[in-house]
Design a protein around this ligand. Sequence first.
Ligand code: R5P
Length: 313
Amino acid sequence: MVDELKVFTGNAHPALAQGICEYLGIPLGKAEVTEFPNENIFVKLLESVRERDVFVVQPICSPVNKSMMELLIMLDAIKRASAGRITAVVPYYGYGRTDKKDQPRVPITARLIADLLTVAGANRLLTVDLHAGQIQGFFQIPVDELTALHLFTRHFKEKKLDNLVVVATDIGISKRARDLADRLNTPLAIVEKRRIGNTSKAVTLNVIGDVKGMRALTLDDEIDTGGSLVGAVNAVLEQGAREVYSCCTHPILSGNAPEKIQSSPVKEVVVTDTVPVPANKKVKKITVLSMAPLLGEAIHRIHTGLSMGAMFE
Ligand code: R5P
């Protein structure tokens, strides 16, 4: 019966789960995911999953801790309902930025999340553009990590922008930016950025590489406050770039990030739907590309045992 595929979702991003099911040509699994007045979350599966191959789609996005608990409780419910195999499909891995003990007396929350998902019942993880690829190694279960670079490459190839340079918004993203630069056949530049303590504030220090007279395309894994993005855009313009585009997988868009983007000199910010972008955050300069077909294809391949690597050849 593991040959029957089922997809469930919590309340974090039902539209993405629906898009994935449309790609797969199956109905979304029926479940109630509710909250009691005392804030305790309750889950009831409304159909049998006994011995089935079950996928739970839930990014760990705002409200982050609620999305996380919903996911854990869903995994527990599915495990206890005797599913054959359970894959946690976590398009945005929240807490991914707390991934190392780089100062005294701090947690490695990204590892804690890995342990929690596994204990709750996940047999596999499917995710997208982790903050650091090494988070894969926090898991003892198989991890498949997709990237949005294919979508960004296609989008910017279609725009046929000449004299383009890909710009990493910080040193941490520079390897992935190198990959994007290879795909777009452009040079690479890197913005040197420093975070101030454990706050959300960052300062842009320097641009490494030549951007003068060029069109710049900045890359980052997530937009949180928008500070890094706007800092990078201004830095490359100060260094003589003609115009700037940006791409970024996870549009967290906290606080007034959308307004910051809209009033900045950036031409366009291309993001994906790994987390929802509600209408009040979708300002004109933001373009949202859907990861649903890629996630749907990945689920199909995990389910049928086909190669994942072959998806991108
Ligand atoms: C941090 O290292 C990440 O790669 C992003 O640069 C960061 O999450 C962006 O945050 P913000 O939008 O608040 O500058």
